[in-house]
Ligand binder design. Structure first.
Ligand code: CTP
Length: 396
């Protein structure tokens, strides 16, 4: 669940700053992308070089790089992050976060953030116990920041008590568990179809379409992110699925039908985003067809409507279909929704620029079986995938 997550680690100046190296290492090992923002004091305790080497990313500590003249955009950094972790968080930085003080890059990033913020404090026991620090902690909680409590143990001052930064592995486990709890599709099996199908005419030619598979792959990835165990039945595309997704490569509509039927009984969620050919040649020539006639025609027969077939076999599965329309969009989509026994249908219209095949963006309308209609703005296919999967999760 940490794979491909964007994590912004804020490091403040504390004797515990050295532990941030191990924190970076643990998250990178789990497949996350880590960027580090350090306060100026933190750089006295651990070098940016150590953290940039481990994170494989530039480390930020000032608003601008005076050598290159480039600006480190705090808003961009904050929006990039799926979550922020401040570890160690000193009494000083805690006080700034709690009171909206913005006097360095890290505090500016903190104030610009819209994502979850985890705060792992580290300080001497009396500083930790002080009413002022405890008030600041309460304030942070009231901003929905998540506190990873310090542990009890030996402190840099030689004293013994509460205030020691939680161990890197504890911090890692805390966040992994917290994210796990927010995986609404955990323990669910999902089946996704993506891409075009190719219907053979002869050994070298086929009937195909322009589907890139991007939408289906983005949905598979998002379902996985939300905790589902995903099988992706993919027509020919140039895309690769992330690790952990089981990919079944198929070429034709009949192969896709077979693969879907095989997996459908044991699936909880099925999203059919493939652009399945509606017709296939009646006969496939066993040898390459020669161009020895002036005219040439192929007899086509209808393929089986896979989604319709699954709709008939449906028990408790959430079944989602797509409708790509050019006219009477909503009316056509509703007819498909009902005829194919779907829980909801994702409508995209070829009349919307930026929607449909080949693009990196899409504009959808979701219509559910109660005919509740939700229109979305033009978004990246990844964001559209999120909207679709959130709708699935709301029905689970
Ligand atoms: N679909 C399918 N099997 C087919 C054709 C389509 O499973 N042989 C699925 C698609 O994956 C999509 C939905 O049906 O989720 C709608 O596809 P679309 O081609 O828009 O609609 P059709 O029902 O084929 O109707 P038409 O082409 O006449 O618009």
């Amino acid at each position: 669940m940490l794979k491909d997550k964007n994590i912004l680690l804020g490091v403040c100046g504390s004797i515990a700053s050295y532990k941030s190296a191990e924190i970076v290492r643990l998250f990178v090992k789990a497949g996350a992308n880590v960027k580090v923002v350090m306060t100026k004091d933190a750089t006295s305790f651990i070098t940016p070089l150590t953290l940039s080497t481990l994170s494989k990313n530039q480390v930020y500590s000032t608003y601008a790089n005076t050598e290159t003249g480039t600006w480190n955009n705090h808003v961009e950094l904050a929006l990039w992050a799926d979550f922020i972790l401040i570890a160690p968080a000193t009494a000083n930085s805690l006080a700034k976060f709690a009171n909206g003080i913005c006097d360095n890059l890290l505090t500016a990033v903190y104030l610009s953030a819209k994502c979850n913020v985890y705060v792992a404090p580290a300080m001497d026991l009396d500083m930790w116990k002080h009413k002022s620090t405890q008030n600041n902690i309460e304030k942070l909680k009231s901003y929905a920041n998540i506190i990873i409590a310090p542990s009890n143990g030996e402190l840099a001052s030689g004293l013994h008590g509460e205030g020691r930064l939680a161990e890197p592995q504890e911090i890692f486990n805390f966040i992994a568990n917290d994210l796990g709890a927010s995986q609404p599709l955990k323990n669910k099996k999902a089946l996704v179809t993506a891409g075009p199908t190719f219907e053979a005419i002869d050994p070298v030619r086929f009937i195909g379409n322009h589907s890139s598979g991007k939408m289906g792959y983005a949905i598979a990835k998002e379902l996985q992110k939300q905790g589902a165990e995903v099988t992706l039945i993919s027509g020919p595309t140039s895309l690769t699925a992330p690790d952990g997704i089981k990919v079944v490569n198929i070429t034709s509509a009949s192969e896709m039908l077979y693969a879907c039927q095989k997996a459908f009984n044991t699936t909880d969620i099925c999203v059919m985003s493939a652009a399945v050919a509606d017709y296939t040649p009646q006969e496939v020539a066993s040898q390459k067809i020669k161009k020895n006639t002036d005219e040439f025609s192929i007899n086509l027969k209808k393929t089986t409507d896979i989604l319709f077939t699954l709709g008939e076999a449906k028990k408790n599965q959430i079944l989602v279909g797509f409708a790509l329309e050019t006219n009477n969009e909503e009316e056509n989509a509703i007819t498909k929704l009902q005829r194919k026994n779907l829980d909801f249908i994702v409508l995209n219209s070829l009349n919307d620029s930026g929607a449909g095949f080949k693009t990196n963006t899409n504009k959808i309308t979701i219509i559910d079986k109660n005919l509740v209609k939700t229109e979305f703005i033009l978004k990246s296919k990844e964001e559209v995938a999120k909207d679709i999967c959130n709708k699935v999760a709301s029905l689970i």
